[in-house]
Design a binder for this molecule. Structure first.
Ligand SMILES: *Cc1c(COP(=O)(O)O)cnc(C)c1O
Length: 383
């Protein structure tokens, strides 16, 4: 392969084109702060499509997780069980409330929190379990619910990567009492920055609105239930600006088409890498029975860390911007300071050291997809 003029980005944010119309509409209404017309539209869409009790748009998934931590009432000394193979916000949201993240290993197949290891990590201080749906492939929420329910633990799904994916017919983000979505530029459906808190347990709905309204009863005031609004509870500035909500509304309108376009590329990769997997060069993503994923990302696991390093180097030289993923939180400086790991973290370390993610974005030309496939095959033959 010639050293390419080609440069294939890892991600290129997809814009539907209708964003500009809705932005103009938002500006014309003169309501540009949060909780306006576009926020209401996006929230209603999420409530209908996903079937959650209430959806609240937030400035980020990080913000939605912080709201969930407030709503759960975790405090200093409390413990929250979560994977170490995740983004920092999954843990940080709870550390901000003084809680201790307790890291548990992931399953070798899905790279999701290993539900078989969760019980051993539960103590008298455990308050919540926070699974992540890695790559938009659903974790076993049924098993986690069965562990959590008898102990009154709250399940909070970090569904940042999970929009429109399902497990056993159920949309990700609707199995736990609370869930968080991300609309960050790197996610399937995006608004630059953005997120949503999904509330499935009705007991959290009223308080969630207060926390979302900076700790005031402003929502009740607007509905005419109180004659002035005041500071009622903990809260912060969690809402999404109407500018971003207008942008998001255009994206949600094409969410199914976006998912389908991503799945087509994902499936092309998956079929092309089957022979490499048969020869033992790579391990492809595993999608368990009953899971419909959303092609959030395509990853490969390479045989060992030095091979991963060499393949990434070679792909980058060929203009393919493949990248690694999480540094395990339990090995990070803040993770060591604020949390602890329970049991062996073998699979977490293995995934972290051996995984690469390939370029995948809506509008990616078929020839680029095939260029990436050839570049991966060639790189593997040379390491
Ligand atoms: C992207 C992501 C987040 C953070 O999302 P933001 O919207 O950027 O705050 C949290 N958790 C996971 C698993 C993510 O992939």
């Amino acid at each position: 392969m010639s050293v390419g003029r080609r440069s294939i980005p890892f991600n290129r944010p997809y814009v539907t084109g209708r964003e500009y119309d809705y932005l103009r509409e938002a500006v014309a209404t003169s309501h540009l702060a949060g909780n306006g017309r576009f926020t209401a539209r996006c929230q209603a869409w999420l409530e209908e499509r996903l079937g959650c009790r209430r959806a609240l748009l937030t400035h980020s998934c990080t913000g939605a997780l912080e709201m969930a931590a407030i709503l759960t009432g975790v405090q200093a000394g409390d413990e929250v069980i979560l994977p170490s193979f995740t983004f920092v916000s999954t843990a940080n949201a709870f550390v901000l409330r003084g809680a201790t993240p307790v890291f548990v290993d992931i399953r070798p197949d899905t790279l999701n929190l290993d539900e078989r290891l969760v019980e051993a990590a539960i103590t008298a201080r455990t308050r919540a379990i926070v699974p992540v749906h890695y790559a938009g492939i659903g974790c076993d929420s049924v098993a986690l619910g069965a562990i959590a329910a008898p102990r009154q633990l709250v399940v909070i799904e970090d569904a940042a990567q999970g929009i429109l994916a399902t497990r056993n017919g159920r949309p990700l983000g609707t199995a736990g009492q609370l869930a968080a979505l991300s609309f960050h530029e790197t996610k399937n459906v995006m608004a630059g920055e953005g997120g949503a808190l999904l509330i499935n347990d009705p007991a959290f709905v009223d308080r969630a609105e207060t926390v979302w309204e900076k700790g005031t009863d402003r929502s009740r005031f607007f509905r005419g239930h109180v004659d002035k609004y005041t500071w009622q509870d903990l809260g912060s500035s969690f809402q999404l600006s109407e500018i971003a909500a207008a942008f998001l509304w255009a994206q949600l309108g094409e969410a199914d088409a976006i998912t389908a376009a991503r799945l087509a590329i994902w499936n092309t990769y998956h079929d092309a890498f089957a022979p490499l997997e048969q020869r033992g060069f790579v391990r492809r993503p595993v999608v368990p029975a009953g899971c419909e994923h959303n092609a959030h990302l395509y990853y490969l696991l390479l045989p060992d860390p030095s091979c991963r390093c060499a393949v990434l180097k070679r792909l980058n030289e060929e203009g393919v911007n493949a990248i690694f993923h999480y540094v395990p939180l339990h090995t990070s400086p803040a993770g060591r300071r604020f949390g602890r790991a329970v049991g062996s973290m073998t699979e977490t370390l293995a995934a972290s050291e051996r995984l690469i993610r390939l370029p995948l974005w809506v509008g990616m030309p078929a020839e680029d997809v095939h260029y990436v496939i050839d570049a991966v095959a060639t790189a593997l033959e040379h390491v």
